[in-house]
Design a protein around this ligand. Structure first.
Ligand SMILES: Cc1cc2nc3c(=O)[nH]c(=O)nc-3n(C[C@H](O)[C@H](O)[C@H](O)COP(=O)(O)OP(=O)(O)OC[C@H]3O[C@@H](n4cnc5c(N)ncnc54)[C@H](O)[C@@H]3O)c2cc1C
Length: 379
């Protein structure tokens, strides 16, 4: 495994730092305050090739692999976790599902629009009563000739309102049957398909999270991804890759929180010395830096394995579990190092702290990652 950035990774990191300084940093606290999802920024990131990182060039994407993908999400999340989360959901979930399981016609129809962010993608698995236990979902599709009629609701869906297209996994068989669910591609504007309530969130406030509602929504069978009954199995495979992107999101937030705390600890004077000269603060920084390195190694290991076509079920869960918990710990210590100022919106520490928490929840909680890892090592 190569530990240094490749030329492409360096280029992506420099490009995002430059873009973020001009287009994200000046406005991000406003978006956070008002919970505005900055669509224009998302589209500009699409013009830079960041909304189809893994999509082959023949479908309008950048044609990169997971190492570049991790670098891009981590660099973006170092600046603003909300935009990092939106980028991860768009690339890994909606676009990733169509890329992995779409037929040629579906790939040609949707990937060029998604890869350039002309269209924004959403992905719906979670329901109000079934999150970790997604296989117990109640949203149902009933066949009616060449169409399926969908009724029910999904919640916590990233880009549920702004998204132009959603991949949605719904029940087509019996409750409790892992082969009883099917994935559909549903375009915005399809009668009976609408966005519901927008969540008012603790963090990641500039990433839009809403309900999706289905009321006798008729979808043609050509919109099915793969075969009827494969939806849940497909979703688990999509999440294996997606978890690498949430590990990268966690890593970026941790790195951002650490860099801010490191700089502040060298500027802030107490007892006529910089606070970094106190061992109590220096050891915190040492722990933060060490844990970030370990999280980076797990994340890049999973990315490298994914690039080589290996099964990353256990490794992506380990990377996501560890990096997300590190992110929360580092962001927490970041606030502590800033003292009272860390509790205010004048400094970035509080935003990292709020944003980091989502990483231990989205795309499977820490407890669910432990379930995945323990199943893999006990089999
Ligand atoms: C900002 C945000 C964006 C999201 N984006 C999307 C999206 O785009 N698409 C999508 O489909 N979903 C999305 N989600 C949903 C997310 O994946 C779920 O919230 C998550 O999987 C947890 O489900 P839940 O919230 O229903 O919690 P629950 O499943 O109710 O869990 C509650 C608690 O019980 C624990 N628990 C549950 N089962 C077990 C078990 N077997 N063993 C031990 N502990 C257990 C959990 O770990 C957790 O601590 C998003 C969520 C958020 C907050």
């Amino acid at each position: 495994m190569e530990f240094n950035y490749t030329e492409n990774q360096r280029m992506i990191a420099d490009m995002i730092r430059d873009f973020g300084a001009k287009n994200i940093k000046p406005k991000m606290m406003e978006w956070d305050e008002s919970q505005e999802f900055p669509v224009e920024v998302f589209k500009k990131l699409g013009e830079l090739g960041l909304m189809g990182v893994l999509v082959p060039t023949e479908y309008g994407g950048s044609g990169f692999g997971y190492l570049e993908y991790v670098t891009a999400i981590a660099e973006l999340s170092k600046i603003d976790g909300s935009i990092g989360l939106s980028m991860a959901a768009h690339n890994s979930l909606c676009t990733g599902h169509i890329l992995q399981f779409g037929n040629e016609a579906q790939k040609k129809q949707y990937l060029p629009k998604l890869a350039t962010a002309e269209w924004i993608g959403a992905w719906g698995l979670t329901e109000p009563n079934t999150g970790s236990d997604a296989g117990n979902m109640r949203t149902v599709a009933v066949q009616d000739g060449d169409y399926y009629v969908i009724n029910g609701a999904k919640n916590f869906i990233t880009h549920g309102k702004t998204g132009n297209v959603a991949v949605v996994i719904v029940r087509t068989g019996e409750v409790g049957d892992s082969h009883g669910m099917t994935a559909f591609i549903i375009e915005k504007g399809t009668p009976g398909f609408s966005a519901g309530r927008k969540e008012d969130k603790l963090g990641m406030r500039a990433s839009e999270t809403t309900e999706l509602i289905f009321e006798d929504c008729r979808v043609h069978k050509d919109q099915i991804l793969g075969q009827v009954g494969e939806g849940f199995i497909q979703a688990m495979k999509v999440l294996d890759g997606g978890r690498i992107s949430i590990a990268a999101l966690s890593l970026g937030i941790a790195q951002g929180a650490f860099e801010a705390a490191l700089a502040y600890s060298q500027e802030r004077q107490q007892f006529n010395k910089s606070i970094s000269s106190f061992q109590g603060i220096a050891f915190k920084l040492a722990d933060m830096a060490t844990e970030i390195e370990a999280a980076a190694l797990l994340t890049y290991q999973a990315a490298d394995m994914k690039n080589r076509g290996l099964n990353v079920n256990k490794e992506s869960a380990m990377a996501k579990l560890y990096a997300s918990e590190v992110s929360v710990r580092v962001a927490n210590e970041g606030v502590q190092i800033f003292g009272g100022y860390g509790f205010t919106k004048d400094y970035p520490a509080e935003k990292y702290y709020r944003d980091a928490k989502l990483c231990t929840i989205g795309e499977g909680t820490s407890e669910i990652q432990k379930l995945v890892i323990s199943r893999a090592i006990l089999k």
